[in-house]
Write a protein that binds this ligand. Sequence first.
Ligand code: FAD
Length: 592
Amino acid sequence: MAKQMILVPDIGDYSDVPVIEVLVKVGDVVEKEQPLLVLESDKATMEIPADAAGTITSIAVKLGDKISKGSVIAEIEASSAAPAVQSTATPPPAPAKAAAPQMPAPVAGQYSGKVDHECEVLVLGAGPGGYSAAFRSADLGMNTVLIERYSTLGGVCLNVGCIPSKALLHTTSVMDEVKTMSKHGITFGDPKIEIDQLRGYKDSVIAKLTGGLAGMAKARKVKTVRGLGRFLDAHHVEVEITSGSGQDLTGHKEVVRFQKAIIAAGSQPVKLPFLPDDPRIVDSTGALLLKSIPKRMLVIGGGIIGLEMATVYSTLGSRIDIAEMMDGLMAGADRDLEKVWEKFNAGRFEKIMLKTRAAKAEVKSDGIQVSFEGENAPAEPQIYDLVLVAVGRTPNGKKIDAGKAGVQVDERGFIAADKQMRTNVPNIFAIGDIIGQPMLAHKAVHEGHVAAEVAAGQKSYFDAKQIPSVAYTDPEVAWAGLTEEQCKAQGIAYEKGLFPWAASGRAIANGRDEGFTKLLFDATTHRIIGGGIVGTHAGDLIGEVCLAIEMGADAVDIGKTIHPHPTLGESVGLAAEAAHGHCTDLPPVKKK
Ligand code: FAD
């Protein structure tokens, strides 16, 4: 056990910087790169990390001391078993934490066996969060290893989520639109569905995108290791190498030693324990396989994923019931938006059973027999050819032995991360679905970028003002920032500008004028705080509202921005004009 001094490393142009926090005490066992102090200059706040692992034997600084490069911070008795990570120079001071989870420093077990791969940054999981983090990390010059159990990169989103569902939704929306053309004097015959070809199209879309990711990983020299990763300690992950199209274990194991890790292991569908094991009971992944078109289908769960899949299958010809325990569909969206969807879709589904839950299911020779409980439960059990369970997703936090690295995982499997995406272990970050709601790909991507940038020593934060949500149903429903319901619940005074698409030339020309665009402004500052759109392409249109919220725009900024005519996008500018009462595309506002 050798004693060594820990000195303030090169902190750029700063000198005589006051100590605002001492994070350790004599006797503490610290990890290499664990923050010891927080300094605050007039320009920046920075953490000073330990450059070795061991036990603190004395501390040379106290609160308020002013220190510079080379000042002694502490004396440490270096632990002999400390991981011999191939380190570059002293790690640069990390920007200070923003409300980092204040949990006890971990005492992680130390692995001392063989090592197959060394890296500065290990990313566990190659979904949108993981591959974005890995690519950003490589772009910032860090030697990066990406671990993924499946044969393709892209995670849930590209393989069994966002992308395949949208490939199918596009197809079915064209089928739906074609049916309306008879009103325009154009008649097509009934569609002929070649299910194998449709499945093949969907698979080709996935292959194009995941193949592109593999190429980009190669171009960036990100080393991908195919297998199931689990932590051995705070600097090692063991990968059980997998093969085939699933996650078949080959029996071969490889160990990766890392300086920093980004956990991006995502989530999986929630299972309902009372449902029997039967190929006719599927989750979203099973429904996206599109094995056949069931005659009668039950969708359990009226959230976005359930409604998107119900839209696809109903257009393909299935008769569908939807059971939802809550008193409304599409939780999170304002009711006025959802009502437009509901009215437009009256007749699309057999039954929408709100405040009703599937309580029991039995496998019968002619289908799955489901009994219901609740306000709108049918008196008799119903028989279905396919049951889709879409009741939410659960994080994979409990499956990666995070505890061996000292990373805290809550009882549901979530891992807490601060605004710099750090977990309670300073050299380990977490991003995406595994850190919490909303479980959306665009959130995961942005978090991935922040984690990689902070790992590289940059002062990045995840400080988004809004994370948009979109139901890619027909019509689409999209919202960003605060909803009206949230404003009311939080007592926020707001002003509203609403532009009905019944007054939009483009929506009328498209024969789809059922929607509307609404913007919410803070009643005091007049800055935009939220917005919602229901109508065709609402998901594409909401991007402008997102930008306006991030930029702190007010109704004048948005209303005076010249939008192209005639477009659906115009409705955003017109809703802003409506907010200050002079929209010339609407009837005059009655004088009070
Ligand atoms: P994931 O995408 O879950 O990726 C995690 C990766 O880690 C996976 O590839 C997994 O195999 C791998 N992994 C896990 N554990 C290990 C391990 N131990 N070792 C090695 N690898 C491991 N979001 C949107 O924003 N827009 C949409 O339109 C949208 N549509 C969706 C439709 C459906 C049907 C579903 C199911 C989801 C949809 N989502 C959508 C949600 C979106 O897919 C997720 O939010 C997103 O994929 C989360 O990204 P992630 O990187 O956190 O994790």
